[in-house]
Design a protein around this ligand. Structure first.
Ligand code: EPZ
Length: 416
């Protein structure tokens, strides 16, 4: 089991390059199922979740090649249309293979993802939408079994905003007969990036990034080359770490347009935020002020930044309220932050955080991807040495975070 050993106290100073967005790359990798041609992707992050998706697609019989941050995928023909439990259970985003496989091959068997640390995370909206498009779907032995000679365009209104639900239905609709309207669609930048890639492949999608997406089905999609957009959550994580350590960090290869509200919140914390074409600089020369946040679908404050802002509030001046409205159990970092000396009281879906002057190093355990990032960030400012355990969670969404932090001056190393 790998761990990170962190000695707190260093200011983060310098430049760090953001990798491609995990949550754009994952559905875009699945989009390769929609065409018999090569899909070439640049700026793909080197993450374990990406490797998992690559293994899943290879398991279907696809050609998947990787050269650094470029991947070439080809789904000319498949050996099977079954996404097996042993892979899906490690990464629930595997569910985004359901829509494209069904749309192109007329059938798909995808294991139900099962819950995960942050909540039950059902996929009922994915199924409801595909049924509305004419798919016959049954749940058999923990698998979603879907069949459709050819999907038909439909108007689908999801009960709630669902990111991968929108992505699954968006991909399925590209090859359906007729026009599909997705209402209550997710507006995340990663959905827009997927739509841009699909349109480059010959799809006819309008309205991505708004609550209503219209897709005119076509008979086939062709290959394309697509550059995955930068990861706004990794970017935000480094900017928060810069303010926590009273440092001065510039994130390059970034996408400033996709994180307005996060930048506003960093300014509210007292940070000086400068923005360029593809870079963002965060600096501060005093203790950050506590900022309250409430997670809602994009363009509101992202749930994937909640744990990181909580870490900052733990050492900020004042008291903040952090409300999580997307997932039912996304406060598992709280008891671990309390082990570092944080003053946090949970009241239902709200955590009340009172900033303390100092945290003290301890051994803590990562529980989910963004929680693990918040623990590393808290350890950066804690007195003495901390050990963050189970960092396989971190590796799912951050490309060698410890190397990037060490290059900014952090005292951090990976130990087994
Ligand atoms: C995506 O997950 C992201 N993952 C998550 O990022 C992110 O936290 C989440 O969106 C919210 O922004 C990827 O894009 C791969 P949802 P997703 O469907 O699509 C409920 C990270 O840290 N729901 O938008 O699985 C669901 O339970 C990860 O990178 C249903 O009830 O999330 C949740 O409460 C963590 N039925 C809410 O909707 C459904 O059919 C939003 O979930 C679908 C969702």
């Amino acid at each position: 089991m790998q761990k990170l050993k962190v000695t707190g106290g260093a200011r983060l100073v310098g430049e760090v390059r953001a990798s491609g967005a995990k949550n754009a790359a994952l559905p875009i990798l699945a989009a390769s199922l929609l065409t018999a041609d090569d899909l070439i992707l640049d700026n793909v992050p080197l993450l374990s979740d990406i490797r998992t998706m690559g293994s899943l697609l290879q398991g279907l019989g696809m050609r998947v090649e990787r050269d650094g941050e470029t991947m070439v995928l080809n789904a000319k023909s498949l050996l099977t249309t079954e996404a097996p439990y042993d892979l899906v259970k490690t990464m629930r985003a595997s569910i985004v293979t359901l829509g494209p496989m069904l749309a192109r091959f007329g059938e798909a068997r995808v294991s139900l993802p099962g819950g995960c640390a942050i909540g039950a995370r059902p996929v009922d909206q994915h199924i409801k939408g595909l049924q509305a498009m004419g798919a016959e779907i049954t749940i058999e032995h923990g698998y979603v079994v879907a069949k459709a000679k050819r999907l038909k365009g439909a108007r689908v209104v999801t009960d709630m905003v669902t990111v991968t639900g929108t992505e699954n239905l968006l991909m399925a609709a590209t090859l359906a007969e007729g026009t599909t309207i997705l209402e209550n669609a997710a507006r995340e930048p990663e959905v827009v990036d997927l739509a841009n890639c699909l349109n480059a492949m010959g799809a006819k999608i309008r309205g991505a990034g708004t609550p209503v997406i219209e897709i005119e089905g076509v008979d086939a999609l062709h290959g394309a080359r697509h550059h995955v957009l930068p990861d706004r959550i990794e970017t935000g994580s480094f900017l928060v770490a810069a303010l926590m350590t009273q440092g001065d960090v510039t994130v390059t290869n970034a996408d400033p347009g996709s994180q307005d509200i996060v930048l506003d919140k960093l300014r509210e914390a007292g940070g000086k935020i400068e923005v360029g074409e593809d870079w963002i600089r965060a600096s501060i020369d005093h203790r950050p002020k506590a900022v309250s946040v409430r997670t809602v679908p994009h363009p509101g404050f992202p749930t994937d930044m909640q744990a990181q802002f909580m870490a900052m509030d733990c050492i900020a001046e004042g008291t903040a309220r952090i409300t999580e409205t997307i997932f039912e159990n996304r406060f598992m970092h709280v008891p671990e932050l309390q082990r570092l000396g944080a003053d946090i009281a949970i009241d239902g879906h709200t955590a009340v955080v009172t900033g303390v002057k100092e945290l003290s190093g301890a051994t803590v355990m990562a529980t989910d991807l963004r929680a693990s990032a918040s623990l590393v960030m808290a350890a950066l400012v804690a007195n003495g040495e901390s050990i963050v355990d189970r960092i396989y969670h971190l590796d799912r969404g951050y490309d060698h975070m410890e190397k990037k932090l060490a290059a900014l001056g952090a005292q951090i190393e990976r130990i087994s």
